[in-house]
Design a protein around this ligand. Structure first.
Ligand code: ATP
Length: 732
């Protein structure tokens, strides 16, 4: 399917607060514009307390919206697109504590306050159940990028592949795009299984205490839903795949503001570095004049390469605080958001073809067509006709019928099936080939489809036109050219027909094609065994300068004479046409004079003088026309004759070459047999706090219960001291 250009959809979500700074943050009633009235406390005296206004227009300003509404406005479209084969990315960006994780994952304690990810998973499986004509396969992965290190948040799960010895890395491959080597992919079959994995990943998330927010995550996380969809029927071998990336970026505050030290300082440094590179990449993407986008500078931008500027439906939620205290960060977030708004993407369905399914489909088609044909035969009262390959006996019968038909002993061949028609045509073809071979043998002809040879001949023809032909090197032609001086010089060039070997004996000349033939044949009697056998085209080149040199020369010379005759013919044709035009003009002029006189009532007899001159001229011209026309006719006949001789020369050269080639590079008997056979053709998923009126929360509560149980289970460590989480049990 064709890609269509789209822009990144950008929303701003304001974290609810009792101290909303209405004088600083103004949300316009259009629901799309947020104005910031910022009094800059600059050290520059002239800037001190100077009020600055900024206006940001985005796709939506979400203030006081519920999780449900946010999902519907921001994410639903992307999720549905992913089920149709479009890659999708929903990304939260903003200052620490501004509500990114609340937006993305939401509260795990409250079903109503669950975030985008659980809602997306619910929607995916609802759609999977609805779209009964498709078979879906859904896999999940959960990646964390912490201090430029890739972490698989689901590697603790049962059945995860052992980690790649080369470690995890962001890889880019033609046809596959960007993917993470070593990241485990987990099949999930329902919403509950999917939520189990989400909560498992959440448990594994690296949590750090922070001056601004004690439980703020200090890493970027990318939760990906991999979807593959195939039509349930076998009628189509096509299938579509998509990746839905749900990205929770680390907090974007400045280092000074966090007041972090040690490990926290290092984390903040990495975060800032990656976010700053993210910003650079966004700037480059938004600027269409930039050819290079620096995606590879950090793991984050590299991993998100496809999601930012690729064939993806991308949505950004910029999370901001509603208090004036955070206005600098808020401004910075909004600036980032406006830049993101300018990035264009080209969403396209990721369509693939499954060769095995394609074969199955074709087999099914063949079977169906056979059945249909058989029904047709039954209805046409021809039940005995089968559509299976013909047996040896049937083929022999067809052969015999064709022979009898060709000999006139059979009036018609009754047609009963397509296979029989094909077999009959094959027999006709063989018969024609046989006759052709006999003719070639008798008349020393060469088949036209010897393309290599023919091409070589034609090439030689074109070169021949520049060759210098000695006019006297030919014997007199059958006809001399008369009545034209120019033609006399041309007639000095005389053509010599190339004789067949039989005729050659009658010819007394030594410098003739027959001699060339004799030479060729002599060469043929002394086969030259080259190893390896040269290609026919190469051998033909050798032949032309070797045994076939004489006949090649004659062909060249004849060709040159032919070209000269053609040139004369063109010239003469132009002259004849010129005379004809003059005749037409004179005739028209005479007619005009007569009409003028007729109009003035003058007598034709009295006004005789001017007409006499015109008539005289007309008579002369007509005579000249006749004379030239006759010459033209002779020249045309000459050209035809020359063409005939040149053609004869060609056929003769090719025929001689074939004889010589056959003798010089004999084909082993078994290969002949093989060729002959080929020629003939091969005929052939506790407590359930269910909301009274909503059973849809069951999966969410079951998964959360399981996660809480695991969280209370003592943390196990593996031999290398790494934290190992208990295996997730199958959903019962
Ligand atoms: N729209 C909201 N409605 C209700 N509570 C919210 C909202 N946004 C954020 N909060 C609350 O604010 C707190 C911080 O939010 P959250 O953890 O989502 O921030 P964050 O941007 O993810 O921070 P970090 O960058 O450190 O991950 C949480 O207790 C969350 O419940």
């Amino acid at each position: 399917m064709e890609a269509h250009s789209s822009v990144v959809r950008v929303f701003v979500r304001i974290r609810p607060t009792a101290n909303f700074s209405h004088d600083v943050i103004e949300c316009l009633p259009d629901g799309q514009t947020v104005n910031i009235h910022h009094r800059k406390d600059s050290r520059k005296p002239q800037d001190k307390n100077q009020l600055r206004n900024h206006s940001f227009r985005l796709e939506g300003v979400l203030q006081g919206v519920s999780q449900e509404e946010l999902y519907a406005r921001v994410c639903r479209q992307v999720v549905l697109g992913a089920l149709d084969g479009y890659n999708g990315t929903v990304m939260c960006f903003g200052q620490t504590g501004s509500g990114k994780t609340y937006t993305m994952t939401g509260s795990t304690e409250s079903y109503k306050q669950r975030g985008v990810i659980p809602r997306a998973l619910q929607e995916v499986f609802r759609e999977v159940d609805k779209r009964t004509e498709h078979v879906f396969s859904v896999h999940l992965s959960y990646l964390e990028i912490y201090n430029e290190t890739l972490v698989d948040l689901l590697s603790s799960l049962q059945g995860s592949p052992s980690p790649s010895p080369r470690g995890m890395a962001v890889i880019e491959e033609a046809g596959r795009g960007v993917f993470i080597r070593g990241l485990s992919l987990h099949p999930v079959h329902n919403e509950e299984e999917a939520l189990n994995l989400l909560f498992e990943g959440e448990l594994n998330h690296i949590i750090g205490s922070h001056a601004l927010n004690r439980n703020s995550s200090r890493s970027h996380s990318i939760f990906t839903v991999h979807i593959e969809s195939r039509l349930r029927t076998l009628s189509d071998a096509k299938y579509v795949t998509s990746k839905l990336n749900l990205v929770d970026l680390a907090g974007s505050e400045r280092l000074g503001k966090t007041g972090s030290e040690g490990q926290m300082f290092k984390e903040a440094m990495y975060i800032n570095k990656s976010l700053s590179f993210l910003e650079q990449a966004i700037r480059a993407l938004a600027d269409r004049r930039r050819e290079h986008v620096p995606f590879r500078q950090t793991k984050l931008t590299h991993a998100l390469k496809d999601s930012l500027g690729g064939n993806c439906n991308t949505v950004l939620v910029a999370n901001i605080y509603g208090e004036a205290a955070h206005i600098e960060e808020t401004l910075s977030t909004l600036r980032f958001a406006s830049r993101m708004k300018c990035v264009r993407t080209n969403p396209a369905v990721n369509e693939h073809r499954d060769p095995a399914a394609q074969i199955k489909k074709l087999e099914k088609d063949v079977q169906m067509l056979k059945e249909e044909l058989s029904i047709y035969n039954t209805l046409a009262k021809r039940p005995s006709i089968t559509n299976e390959p013909l047996s040896e006996a049937q083929l022999a019968e067809i052969h015999s019928q064709v022979q009898r038909y060709l000999e006139g002993n059979l009036e018609e061949i009754s047609i009963v099936s397509i296979r029989q028609v094909q077999a009959v045509f094959t027999q006709f073809k063989l018969a024609v080939q046989k006759v052709k071979a006999q003719l070639c043998q008798t008349y020393n002809l060469v088949e036209k489809d010897q393309s290599a040879n023919t091409a070589a001949i034609e090439e030689m023809d074109s070169r021949g036109s520049t060759d210098d032909v000695k006019a006297g090197s030919f014997e007199a032609s059958h006809q001399s050219l008369k009545n034209n001086e120019r033609l006399e010089s041309a007639s000095k060039s005389k053509l010599k027909p190339v004789q067949t070997p039989e005729k050659e004996e009658e010819s007394p000349e030594s410098d003739t094609a027959s001699q060339a033939t004799q030479e060729s044949q002599r060469a043929g009697n002394e086969p030259v065994h080259l190893d390896p056998t040269p290609s026919k085209a190469q051998a033909f080149e050798d032949f032309k300068v070797g045994p076939g040199s004489k006949i090649t020369r004659i062909l060249k010379e004849n060709n040159a004479v032919l070209l000269e005759r053609r040139r004369v013919l063109r010239q003469l044709t132009e002259e004849v046409n010129a005379v004809k035009r003059e005749i037409d003009c004179t005739t028209a002029s005479i007619q005009q004079q007569q009409e003028t006189r007729g109009g003035q009532g003058q007598s034709l007899v009295l006004e005789e003088e001017p007409d006499a001159t015109s008539l005289m001229k007309l008579r002369e011209l007509t005579g000249l026309y006749r004379q030239r026309y006759e010459v033209l006719r002779d020249i045309k006949a000459d050209v035809n004759y020359c063409q005939h001789l040149v053609d004869q020369c060609r056929v003769h050269l090719l025929s001689e070459f074939e004889n010589w080639y056959e003798k010089s590079f004999p084909v082993p008997e078994e290969e002949r047999t093989k060729e002959k056979t080929l020629e003939q053709g091969d005929y052939n998923q506790r407590p359930c706090e269910l909301l009274p009126d909503d059973c849809s929360s069951e999966s969410f509560h079951n998964a959360r219960y399981r996660m809480l149980k695991r969280r209370n289970t003592p943390v196990q460590k593996n031999s290398s001291g790494q934290r190992r989480l208990p295996h997730i049990l199958p959903v019962s």
